[in-house]
Write a protein that binds this ligand. Sequence first.
Ligand code: TYD
Length: 203
Amino acid sequence: MFVSFEGCEGVGKSTQLKLLKDYLEATGQHAVYVREPGSTEISEQIRKVILNPQNTAMTDMTEALLYAASRAQLVREVIKPALERGELVVCDRYVDSSIAYQGYARGLGADTIKQINAPAMDGCLPDVTIFLDLRPSQSWRTFKIQDDRMELESSAFHDKVYEGYISEIETSNGRFVRIKPDFDRNVTSQRIIDALRERGAIK
Ligand code: TYD
């Protein structure tokens, strides 16, 4: 099973991934944990280029192709082999981030992003995608130090990311689970665990 996590900045995604990991470890369930962009030596190098705030001249297409390149490496090196071994893969962001950020917010278009990413993903699409459903204006983003190229984007950009996710979810085949983050992180975590259990991704 392949599970991905998506959402705007500052919605508590890292906290929720950690709580899921704690639950899986406490119940003796093994998983492979990865984050995008990154998680292989080459993908981490690509991550540095993408997120470097000094790279102000980067074109939107370059950015989209770099995310796809990082993904291609991660899929071949880690995700595909793990899925073939029958393992559970939990990925912090995946192709839907590219669709929302590069497709909608940058304006390259969802179809272009899907075309670029098809060879990068090599058939590996998530079985379940948890979307932490919080608008950027309601998120905790403003309280975080913003120090990478994407975080430094305007509020209008991040609003477009949110709208992009929602359009994509509304036209998708039911792979997404929309989870409203609760003020209590444990309540949110339980909602995620219940949703993943219902879909047979975890026990
Ligand atoms: P990261 O620090 O991992 O952010 P977060 O904690 O919010 O997940 O940085 C990843 C950034 O890259 C984040 O701003 C989202 C963005 N991103 C894209 O724009 N496209 C993509 O395909 C991916 C995977 C991430």
